[in-house]
Design a protein around this ligand. Structure first.
Ligand SMILES: C[S@@+](CC[C@H](N)C(=O)[O-])C[C@H]1O[C@@H](n2cnc3c(N)ncnc32)[C@H](O)[C@@H]1O
Length: 243
């Protein structure tokens, strides 16, 4: 059963104050790298898996996408997405990605930003996305990096010399991780890079690009707080093709 933490009032209030919630794509430092994985969007039929406030759905239409379907589990996220979208070619629907069903070959691009680490099993989702994409379609997603997620106590540690390190324990033990982030006991699921990549390959995708996002010098100059992200990767960005 999906946790649906985004409908928790305290979590929702906290998440709504993040730069990426206030400023949208411009407030997400990994956006330029994720954007670089996308095809030209003109005329494409797109599905956004875990669309949140719909920032990407609206942007995709500005780029000329023909139609965008935004799916999310959270009623609160969808409520705000709908309130901020006045475009009949963007449609939002409630959906649990754990049991995703898409019409066959109905989309040219499946996109997902930072939602897939909430799913206990990616196999059914990858199969559904493969079926839902037309031949030649692309699947682009970001997910929390397993080096960031693996630890049972994910917090910076400082050694006697003052060197800060991020713990990587339990890396090979996949499955549930509980963290306190805007609410206690937020449930996410850790998988190794190998598992995620092999699930893509096993479901018929051809891996096109895999990025372990980190800030550029320009990012750091604009936002010095991003320096942490040079010490360990926080996000994995993936592009795969459905041949
Ligand atoms: C970190 S937010 C990202 C939102 C948006 N993609 C963005 O990048 O701004 C994760 C989103 O995934 C959604 N989500 C989590 N688990 C889900 C599930 N099982 N099915 C559908 N959506 C889910 C949450 O409700 C939330 O809107």
């Amino acid at each position: 059963v999906a946790q649906n933490i985004y409908d928790d009032p305290g979590f929702f209030a906290g998440y709504s104050r993040l730069p990426r919630s206030v400023r949208g794509l411009a407030g997400a430092p990994e956006w330029p790298a994720l954007r670089a994985l996308l095809p030209e969007l003109t005329g494409l039929r797109i599905v956004d898996l875990g669309c949140g406030f719909g920032w990407f759905c609206r942007w995709a239409r500005e780029q000329g996408a023909a139609h965008v379907l935004g799916l999310d589990l959270s009623r609160k996220m969808l409520e705000r997405a709908r309130a901020e979208t006045g475009d009949p070619a963007v449609v939002y629907e409630p959906a649990n990605l754990e049991r995703l069903e898409l019409p066959d070959a109905a989309f040219d691009l499946a996109y997902s930003s930072l939602a897939l680490h909430y799913l206990p099993d990616l196999a059914p989702l990858f199969a559904a996305v493969h079926r839902g994409l037309a031949p030649g379609g692309r699947f682009v997603f970001s997910i929390e990096h397993p080096i960031y997620m693996a630890s049972r106590h994910p917090a910076w540690m400082t050694d006697a010399d003052g060197l800060r390190t991020w713990p990587v324990d339990s890396y090979q033990i996949e499955g549930e991780r509980r963290t306190n982030w805007f609410a206690d006991g937020v449930v996410k699921y850790h998988r190794t890079i190998g598992t995620t990549v092999n699930l893509l390959i096993g479901n018929g995708f051809v891996l096109r690009r895999l990025e372990e996002w980190g800030p550029t010098d320009a990012d750091l100059a604009a936002m010095p707080a991003l320096a942490d992200e040079r010490d360990r990767p926080m996000m994995l960005l993936v592009a795969a093709d459905r041949p």
